[in-house]
Design a protein around this ligand. Structure first.
Ligand code: CP
Length: 307
C-alpha cells in the first residue's frame, strides 16, 4: 500500500528512527541512492512562498537521480479551476511522488486519497512534518540522542507547535509548548501527543511562562509569531506575544549547553533576539541544511514502500 507523509504521526516511532538513520547515511554519502534514476519526475507544488523547502526538495530530488517539477499553484489549474482529486489523478500517472505546501490539511488528505503515488506535506496550516525530521536530525547530531531530552518551544501554538508535540513525543522527548494563553495549541493534538508519549517514555505539556518552562531545557525552539496568511493580524500578534521572545536572559535559564532552533525565516527582535539567533548556541544553519538530508531520506523510504 502506498504510504504518505501528511502529518508527523503518519509514521511510527521506529520508522521515524529508521528515516533519521537513513538521513545521516545520506548526509555522509549524498549520491549513494538513486531511487528516481530514469530519471523520474517529482512534483513539488507551492500554494505559499518558500525558500528552504523549494531549494531542499529541488536539490534532494536531483541528488536522488530525479527531476523536480516545481509548480506554483497560481500558474496551474489547481484550486478554483480543477479539484484536488482530479489533479491527483493527473499527476500520479506521470510523477513518482507529490510534494505539496498548502493551507488546509484537508487538501492534503484529499490529494493522498486519490493519488497512487506518495504525497508529502511540505507545510500546511496544521503541521510541518518535514521540518521536524530536519529538527530531530539536528538535535541528534548535536546532542547524540533524542529520547529523554527536554525541548521547549516558545511562540505560537501553530503548525510547528503541533509538529513538535507529535514528532517530539514519538522520539521520546519531553516537549513543553509555551504560548500566550489564547494561542495555545489545539487540545486534540496535545491529547494525541500525550497518548504517543505514554508509549515512548516522553512527555508533553503546555505552559504560559517561558521563564519557568526553560529551566533544565536541552533545546529551545521558536517560529515566527505571524505565519503565512496571518499578515493582517501582525500588530495584534506582536502585542499579544510581548514577553515571549527567546533572548540571552531567557537562554541563560536553560542548561548551559542548550541549543537553539528556528525553522526560519526569522524576525530578529520579535520571536528571537539577534544576539541569540546569531550566537554560538544557535544551530539554525545546520537545521536549514538538514531539510535536504531528512527529506531525501523520507523520499527514499516512501519510494521503497510504493513499489
Ligand atoms: N522553514 C521553512 O519551511 O522555510 P521556507 O518557508 O523558506 O520553505
Amino acid at each position: 500500500m502506498t504510504r504518505h507523509f501528511l502529518r508527523d504521526d503518519d509514521i511510527t516511532p521506529s520508522e521515524q528512527e529508521e528515516i533519521l538513520k537513513l538521513a545521516l547515511e545520506l548526509k555522509a554519502n549524498p549520491y549513494s541512492q538513486k531511487p528516481f534514476a530514469g530519471p523520474k519526475t517529482v512534483a513539488v507544488i507551492f500554494d505559499k512562498t518558500s525558500t528552504r523547502t523549494r531549494v531542499s526538495f529541488a536539490v534532494g530530488i536531483s541528488d536522488l537521480g530525479g527531476v523536480p517539477l516545481i509548480i506554483d499553484s497560481q500558474g496551474s489549474q489547481m484550486g478554483a479551476k480543477e479539484s484536488v482529486a482530479d489533479t491527483a489523478r493527473v499527476l500520479d500517472r506521470q510523477v513518482a511522488q507529490i510534494v505539496w505546501r498548502t493551507y488546509a490539511q484537508a487538501g492534503l488528505d484529499e490529494m493522498a486519497a486519490f493519488s497512487k503515488v506518495p504525497v508529502i506535506n511540505a507545510l500546511s496550516d496544521e503541521f510541518h512534518p518535514c521540518q521536524l525530521l530536519a529538527d530531530l536530525l539536528t538535535i541528534q547530531e548535536h546532542k547524540g540522542k533524542l529520547a529523554g531530552l527536554k525541548l521547549v518551544y516558545i511562540g505560537d501554538g501553530n503548525n510547528m507547535a503541533n509538529s513538535y508535540l507529535l514528532a517530539g513525543a514519538m522520539a521520546g522527548m519531553h516537549v513543553v509548548i509555551v504560548t500566550p494563553e489564547k494561542y495555545s495549541p489545539a487540545s486534540s493534538i496535545v491529547a494525541e501527543a500525550q497518548e504517543i508519549a505514554l508509549t515512548t517514555g516522553g512527555s508533553v505539556s503546555v505552559s504560559h511562562s517561558s521563564a519557568q518552562a526553560v529551566v533544565g531545557a536541552d533545546v529551545l525552539a521558536t517560529d515566527t509569531w505571524v505565519s503565512m496568511g496571518q499578515e493582517a493580524e501582525k500588530a495584534q500578534r506582536v502585542q499579544d506575544f510581548a514577553g515571549f521572545t527567546i533572548d540571552s536572559e531567557l537562554l541563560a535559564l536553560a542548561k548551559p549547553d542548550a541549543i537553539v532552533l528556528h525553522c526560519l525565516p526569522a524576525y530578529r527582535g520579535y520571536e528571537i533576539s539577534a544576539e541569540v539567533l546569531d550566537g554560538s548556541q544557535a544551530v539554525i544553519w545546520d537545521q536549514a541544511e538538514n531539510r535536504l538530508h531528512a527529506q531525501k531520506a523520507l523520499m527514499v523510504w516512501l519510494d521503497q514502500r510504493a513499489k
